[in-house]
Ligand binder design. Structure first.
Ligand SMILES: [Zn+2]
Length: 122
């Protein structure tokens, strides 16, 4: 049962650079894994939204039809051409998104971390 606050936990995966565990809103015991370095820094997630909507939108950006099968390996070779399209909000999801909500949170978390590190070393 989701908590009323709607907040989730984002944690780095120990020993793995730019990989995050993002708590699922639905299944609190099984976090999603976000790899921010995948696909030339676009990132990938273990959630269903990434596997379906985000990946389909990545194909569309590259000019492929929805039913065209492209391996992750081949997608990775072309990922530098992709433009980041954010998830948006739960109430206003961007239909063209290639970033799922878990990826969006992981990006915010990594940005916070990097900004603090830069500030400490400035
Ligand atoms: Zn996700």
């Amino acid at each position: 049962m989701p908590r009323n606050s709607g907040t989730v936990t984002v944690k780095p995966v120990p020993g793995e650079v730019f990989r995050y565990q993002v708590e699922s809103w639905g299944q609190r015991t099984e976090p999603h894994i976000v790899d921010l370095l995948a696909f030339d820094g676009v990132g990938a997630c273990s959630c269903k939204d990434w596997e379906t909507t985000c990946y389909r939108n990545m194909k569309r950006q590259l000019g492929y039809r929805d039913d065209f099968k492209i391996s992750y390996e081949d997608m990775a070779k072309m990922a530098h051409k992709l433009k980041i399209i954010w998830y948006g909000t739960t109430k206003d999801k961007n239909p063209a998104r290639i970033i799922c909500k878990h990826n969006q949170l992981a990006r915010m978390s990594s940005s916070n971390y990097l900004t603090r590190e830069v500030a400490r070393n400035a």
